[in-house]
Design a protein around this ligand. Structure first.
Ligand code: FES
Ligand code: FE2
Length: 478
């Protein structure tokens, strides 16, 4: 290993890299994240549709931070979001209590708390001494203010504000007043994904768990398709899962690739591709059905699966793979149009660059399609580097008025709750966390072609965490 820190240019050249285990195990590293990462980075809070009306509010909690986000009416009869640190400026009580658990009848029925939410909020009243704040964060009531010799000012007694923005149907916050804009932070990744019009998608299901591994161990289990052959062995019957990955500054993308450049074809990229086998009419259907049914009915849609099931009837034997895919897409698009689901038009070059899945810095994964997205988010859980809050959710484009009503469901990580593919991913995460503690672990050897998103995560963490855990070139000569 060298002493030089890896650069984005190194990664573009796929220089071999390594990094140690401190990012996953070290309490000091977790403390550094609490100081240098979470208070300074744009992070996704929730989908916009969860706060549809003025007065709707929720808490967003990450490590030791808690932020209140509320939808307010603005003077010009518009609406906006406001966000505040969830702390009373008087003596520091959480303004809105966010308990770790809601008490059940006995300890076994305790429900972990995902977030605290409500509607019709006009004021936030502190439960300790009754100081009161409006939804703009201004103090509107203090008991006995004269006792402070009338020297309390609006600046001393207001809530601390947090920057808030929206992108792709999501609400984002940033606690750093000097941060770059959300738009500039999203950069090229945001531009590409904007073509998929995620804002018009809605939750199909959403689940979460407190899981026994570091938040990075968890998100990394979903950043690269290199693990598919080893972990999801049953999927090899339906398709090849060779992947490339590429850094986009803070963010990164992976795409299907092919090991043999002579066989590189357009349909090898993205989630809509022909499966393995001699008859692409059949293999396309088998691949998509298998994916859909074993990933908790996500990463595709009913419309796409049904349209694929008709390929054998609708196309003659021997139709080339590219034509099969084109026909499948056109007929699914027409089926969706009939039920009022209109596909966005995505230019071919954007589609090619969009790849299979994006890792949005620092903790958001989006595996996107034209009419669906399978997404993950992971956050640290309290002070324990061995625990995280793991979330997965499926988005889909629904006919207006037919969007399902969903909420966050706490779900133990079992195949029954999450589907057999996610259960296989869970079966690694806990044991990666344990394995890295071995005194015989010499540091990681990530695949520079297929696992570049993972390397990029650590490169960016090191950028914000004063160099901690920076990936370095494995060899002096590259
Ligand atoms: S701590 Fe909130 S009113 Fe005293
Ligand atoms: Fe997986």
């Amino acid at each position: 290993m060298t002493d030089r820190v890896i650069t984005d240019e190194d990664m573009d050249r796929e220089v071999l890299a390594t990094y140690g285990n401190e990012a996953f195990l070290s309490p000091e590293y977790l403390e550094a994240e609490k100081r240098l990462l979470w208070p300074k980075v744009w992070q996704m809070v929730e989908r916009l549709e969860d706060l549809p009306d003025v007065g709707d509010w929720l808490t967003y909690n990450v490590a030791d931070e808690s932020v209140i986000v509320v939808r307010v009416a603005t003077g010009d009869s518009g609406e906006a979001f406001r966000a505040f640190h969830n702390v009373c400026p008087h003596r520091g009580r959480q303004l809105v209590s966010v308990p770790d658990h809601l008490p059940g009848l006995n300890s076994k029925s305790d429900q972990p708390v995902h977030s605290v939410r409500g509607k019709n909020r006009k004021n936030f009243i502190c439960g300790f001494h009754g100081w009161t704040f409006n939804t703009e964060g201004q103090n509107t009531y203090i008991l006995d203010p004269q006792d402070w010799q009338n020297r309390l000012t609006a600046e001393l007694t207001c809530l601390s504000t947090v920057k808030v923005g929206t992108w792709g149907g999501y609400i984002y916050i940033n606690m750093d007043p000097d941060s770059e804009t959300l738009e500039s932070f999203m950069g090229r990744a945001g531009e590409i994904l904007s073509h998929f019009d995620l804002a018009k998608m809605r939750y199909k299901w959403r689940q979460w768990a407190i899981y026994p591994c570091n938040w990075k161990t968890a998100i990394e289990a979903f950043l690269e398709p290199y693990h598919v052959a080893g972990t999801h062995t049953q999927l090899l019957a339906y398709g090849n899962y060779y992947a490339m990955s590429k850094q986009y500054g803070w963010h990164s993308v992976s795409s299907y690739d092919t090991r043999d450049v002579d066989f590189q074809m357009n349909e090898a990229s993205g989630t809509t591709r022909a499966g393995k086998g001699d008859d692409p009419r059949r293999s396309t259907y088998e691949l998509i059905r298998e994916n859909y049914e074993t990933v908790n009915f996500s990463a595709s849609t009913e419309t796409l699966v049904n349209a694929a099931s008709r390929l054998v009837e609708e196309l003659p034997e021997g139709t080339p793979a590219q034509e099969v895919i084109a026909h499948w897409m056109a007929s699914a698009k027409a089926d969706d149009a009939k039920r009022g689901v209109i596909w966005p038009e995505i230019p071919g070059d954007v589609m090619a660059e969009a790849g299979l899945a994006w890792g949005l810095w620092p903790n958001q994964n989006i595996l996107h399609g034209v009419t669906f997205a399978l997404c993950y988010r992971v956050r640290p859980y309290g002070d324990d580097p061995n625990k995280c809050v793991f979330e997965s959710y499926a988005l889909e484009r629904f006919p207006e008025g037919e969007e399902p009503q969903t909420e966050w469901v706490y779900a133990k990580p079992t195949a029954e709750n999450w589907g057999s593919v996610l259960e296989q991913d869970f079966s690694n995460m806990e044991f990666v966390q344990k394995g890295m503690k071995s005194s015989g672990f010499r540091g990681t050897l990530p695949n520079p072609h297929q696992e570049q998103k993972v390397i990029n995560l650590h490169r960016n963490l090191a950028r914000m965490l004063e160099g901690r855990g920076a990936p370095k070139p494995l060899f002096d000569s590259n």
